[in-house]
Ligand binder design. Sequence first.
Ligand SMILES: Cc1ncc(COP(=O)(O)O)c(C=O)c1O
Length: 398
Amino acid sequence: MKESATLAVAARAAALKKQGVDVVAFGTGEPDFDTPANIKAAAERALQAGQTKYVATPGTAEARAAIAAKLSRENRIACAPEDISITAGAKHAIYLVLQTMVEPGDEVVLPTPAWVSYRPLIELAGGRCIEVPGALANGFKVTPAQLAAAITPRTVAVLLNSPSNPCGMAYTPDELRALCDVVAAHPHVGVISDEIYEKLTYPEQCPGLAPWSPGSYAPLAGRVVTVNGMSKAFAMTGWRIGYVAAPGAGAFIPELIKLQAQMTNNIPAFFMPAIVEALSDRSAPEVERMRKAFAARAAIVNELLPAIPRFANVRSTGAFYAFPSVAACKGLRSPGGRAITDGQSYAEALLAEAHVAVVPGGDFGDCAADHVRITFACDEATLRKGIARIAEFTGSLR
Ligand SMILES: Cc1ncc(COP(=O)(O)O)c(C=O)c1O
């Protein structure tokens, strides 16, 4: 298997840092905030109270009930605790979903540019990844006509991710509904909806932007698998807590739990009360404080990136990413003599000569080779410093 492109960049940037180089790291996709104190305290209390034993594979009744209540309340996904399994991160949830759903030769339709792990996870399950490229000119959004053209008798699912990694955009509810209507017309196809960035949208940058979950859409009842987790909205990447919900999908969740039971069993038992705490009203102010900080950074990115010569990009309205095209740099050379032929060579030259780590676009989809991903999960001063270096470097290409 291929190494994860994002982790490879992080490793190279870390190696430079170790040599004493002042690297601005726009590589990895995780919040720079610490986990809110009340969530940590809930895990500490549970640990001290001796919640250190195995629990049921999909999680405790209380944690599953808290997730079911959240999905019903916030996402309008009518859901019972039995429809849910708690996993070791959203990545593990997606792995389990694909292993449970996909038979060899089945096709999973993937709007791209898309998160680097989807294709390997689809292929690991024996499936074929059918990419549907979202055009830069259309804000990276795929159209219902494009989606309809990609569906075949072998399609088992369409994998949606809004807000998107790496595009930094979110579909509007109307746009998502139109894509779901295409799926609804094909009864053999389901939707896998990865909503890990649902709480990180910036109506400040796009008035009227609102969350909407395919799992709430009646025409798709029983055909939507929703994936979410704690990593991004609650600044809990290192805890490894995700979950999957598939109400009305018959044996799907019980079969998924059988696989999970042979792999990992439950995630740490003393995290269960932390999940309940994270999803309580007590965490909401802190989650909103972090969202506001990301919104302010999105405003900086949206102000500064369009001014960079030879960059073409879409406004960031969700998650914490910008995904500019550097196609206009192709054929040029860096001051250090490096030839720019695509996003990969641009990113390598940028790191070596301007000491800014960004992720080359190629692993995000066949259409994305001329892009780079910039993560704005850092303080505003670092963000401005890194973007100034990118602007100077890009302007210096000849
Ligand atoms: C779109 C998307 N889905 C899922 C994940 C995985 O999240 P987790 O940390 O919960 O495994 C990520 C992490 O980068 C992501 O960007």
